[in-house]
Design a protein. Structure first.
Length: 438
């Protein structure tokens, strides 16, 4: 398999590189920690390492050194499509090189050969109340798939630690291949009376998801590819990536780890912000019987803030400028459906809300993040986030399908480089008070 061969060649070089760095510079200080940081969610403490992506506060994410705009022009596309193959992105995340079209297709074929959701996973989902939040179902389904873990089986048989990465790669490919099927099934349980989706092995991951969602507009396959590429990775400190890494660091397999990460993604300050954001846009739209005037929108934004709530999709813990993942989606909407009223409203919010957040003076970053616009694109193609029971959180499941690409690529490398059990140290308030007195 091409990914295994490439990794096999690279891993000894990286092991040597890390070993040399530690041997020469283990005690070099790279950061200092303040009491303020301890009390503010460890913001900005430099204590994690990944070579797969890096978030620059101003430029935004770079995946293996490439910005979102560069990825969209440099990763290979199928003839007749405008957005690159997700398989090419996964190749890049794992291997660190831009693949050829053939290499990207080889990853897509790996996925196609691995479509095999065990029947008991569908049954677990069928047994859950259909009103369950979509992310609860998604996380549960991932956990139910743990029975298939090659890593856990081989660990039980007794495996040399130098080989841990191999079954981790195997599990990662199996899981990432099957998550789109599980996601489409959750959607069907909520919206189509539990119809089983039929994957098509001849299609790439984005187009296959689009056909399982039964969206016939061919543009939607491109939107799926875009969605799955841009949400994949955002360095190691974000909550879903960090939770996945933490669970995986105990040598739990990828199913336990990613299920844990998905529980973090489900929170409204993280991935669920995409659902909240569309909900906020729809509230604005309904209250004003259409797209409001700029003044009405400004007033609505202030009402949200005065009610002690956040404006979803705006602000970020690291970014200090407009998120390039937002810009990529804005450009997609402008190119394909500039007149869609909810998309128009989302664009208008981009003009008004940053001013309001600056006036309020609290948020360190008044600019939109990835979640401010993704829902308005999905709803254009008829993919709903709500069901008869209210907001069901399906867009966050789509986010999860994508985030699994980033966290599994990181997990393979974490095993290859023997990253250890995570165990930071805590202090008591009295200890911090004593430190403050000194
Ligand atoms: N609306 C209103 N207030 C906001 C705000 C927003 N969009 N963003 C930040 N603030 C407030 C914070 O709540 C905080 O208020 P308090 O001092 O009263 O606690 C203050 O501004 C300072 O916060 P910050 O330092 O700028 O931001 P944090 O690093 O603490 O938090 C968040 C970052 C993303 C959680 C925050 O900006 C937020 O809640 N945004 C809205 C939710 C959202 O869009 N989340 C998705 C983020 C991207 C992501 O993970 N996607 O999956």
């Amino acid at each position: 398999m091409i990914l295994e061969e490439k990794l096999e060649a690279q891993i000894p070089v990286w092991r040597e590189r890390v070993k040399n760095l530690l041997a020469s510079s283990e005690s070099v200080v790279i950061d200092q920690v303040t009491i303020g940081q301890v009390y503010s969610g460890m913001r900005d403490i430099k204590s994690l390492v990944t070579d797969i992506s890096y978030v620059d506060p101003v430029e935004g994410i770079r995946l293996r050194g490439y910005s979102i705009a560069e990825l969209l022009t440099r990763l290979p596309c199928l003839p007749g499509t405008n957005i690159p193959l997700v398989g090419g992105l996964y190749y890049l995340l794992l291997i660190g090189e831009i693949p050829t079209l053939e290499q990207a297709q080889a990853v897509e074929q790996e996925w196609g050969a691995r479509y095999n959701v065990p029947e008991h996973v569908f049954n677990v989902l069928r047994q859950m109340p259909v009103s369950s939040p979509a992310m609860t179902m998604f996380s549960q389904a991932i956990l139910a798939m743990q029975t298939e873990s090659v890593f856990s089986r081989r660990y039980g048989e007794g495996m040399h630690k130098a080989d841990y990465w191999r079954p981790m790669l195997e599990d990662s490919l199996n899981m990432t291949a099957n998550l789109p099927i599980i996601a489409a099934f959750i959607y069907n349980l909520k919206h189509k009376e539990g119809k089983l989706p039929t994957p098509d092995r001849s299609l790439d991951l984005g187009a296959n998801f689009a056909q399982m969602m039964e969206v016939s507009d061919p543009e939607y396959a491109d939107l799926c590819r875009l969605y799955f590429i841009i949400h994949s990775d955002h360095e190691s400190g974000n909550a879903s990536a960090h939770a996945t890494h933490l669970v995986g660091s105990t040598l739990s397999d990828i199913y336990y780890a990613v299920s844990g990460g998905m529980n973090a993604l489900a929170g409204p300050l993280h991935g669920r912000a995409n659902q909240e954001s569309l909900g906020w846009l729809l509230d604005v739209y309904q209250q004003h019987n259409g797209v409001p005037s700029p003044e009405e929108l400004r007033k609505f934004a202030w009402e949200t803030l005065d009610a002690g709530q956040v404006i979803p999709g705006y602000g970020h813990a690291v970014l200090r400028k407009t998120d390039p993942r937002f810009t990529a989606q804005l450009e997609f909407g402008r190119a394909h459906f500039p007149e869609d009223p909810i998309f128009k409203l989302a664009s208008m919010v981009y003009d008004i809300v940053p001013q309001v957040l600056v006036e309020q003076g609290k948020a360190k970053n008044p600019w939109p993040n990835v979640d401010a616009i993704s829902g308005s694109l999905q709803q254009h193609y008829g993919v709903k986030d709500c069901d008869a029971h209210g907001g069901c959180g399906f867009y966050t499941v789509m986010f999860g399908v994508s985030r699994a690409l980033g966290v599994t690529a990181n997990a393979v490398w974490a095993r290859a480089l023997s990253q250890p059990l995570e165990r930071p140290k805590s202090l008591t308030t009295a200890m911090l008070e004593a430190a403050a007195k000194k």
